[in-house]
Design a protein around this ligand. Sequence first.
Ligand code: 1HE
Length: 259
Amino acid sequence: MSDPILLTSEQGNIGIVTLNMAHKRNALNEDAIAAIDAYFSAVPSHIRTILLTAKGDHFCAGLDLKEHHDKARSGVEFMRVCQGWHRAFDKIQHGGIPVIACLQGAVVGGGLELASACHIRVADASTFYALPEGSRGIFVGGGGSVRIPRLIGVARMTDMMMTGRVYNAEDGERVGFAQYLVPEGAALDKAVELAQRIATNAPLTNYALMHALPRIADQPADHGYFTEALMAGIAQDAPEAKARVRAFLEGKAAKVAKS
Ligand code: 1HE
């Protein structure tokens, strides 16, 4: 029997999903996309955050170029493949559960598109980012043209694809690929710490961060202000939100502390 494409496990209310194809640098074929889609379509209800990790030295080498070559897809066939990636990655971004990607080594092509669909990226010092599609005669197809410019801007993405520029871990954090940079091998521990913190938020606040914030970013300012006010009104109205404010006023909730 062949190894599973994805390994899944749980640590309390944290779900851990691991790409398990280190022999081919976790390159994603159609079955891998289907497995990602299936997991994120039916996340157990007690899971409050998900960590997306990968076996081996590299997070993900993007599209499985061997399958792509062997299948000799027509334009329409590859368009459907891309739409399958869009559906799967959309379930990561809009599934309602915060997803933290733990990055190491190559985060390239479709691997960067996958990481970009997650809400938080923790990179270790071995991480590097590239979009080699240009040199393979392909265009991004996993939602990268929509998500990556929102992280680093259109100009940087254009440069990466035109010139083959590779960002190392430090520069990647500086330009906005990852929100956290940790020593080699430490990404999972950091992600667990963040997941535990995120799980203490009011669920409605996390929901707003995943669903309202990215939509507001796409709206004209006056629509954005309206959506923001609407979301703020609904969030603060929850009994849990009232209780949290009361707890602070009674000196029972943590103050904001300098880091
Ligand atoms: C692969 C793939 C792959 C490795 N598809 N098999 N992505 C790319 O253009 C990236 C291509 N990969 C690389 O540049 C390098 O493999 C890495 C920098 C990621 C890793 O280097 P290294 O030296 O650790 O590994 P390797 O020796 O290059 O590869 C080990 C094996 O993995 C080897 O197979 P083997 O049978 O010779 O052992 C490689 O062929 C295999 N492998 N990457 C298939 N990508 C929805 S559109 C998305 C568009 C894209 O993502 S295009 C960008 C594709």
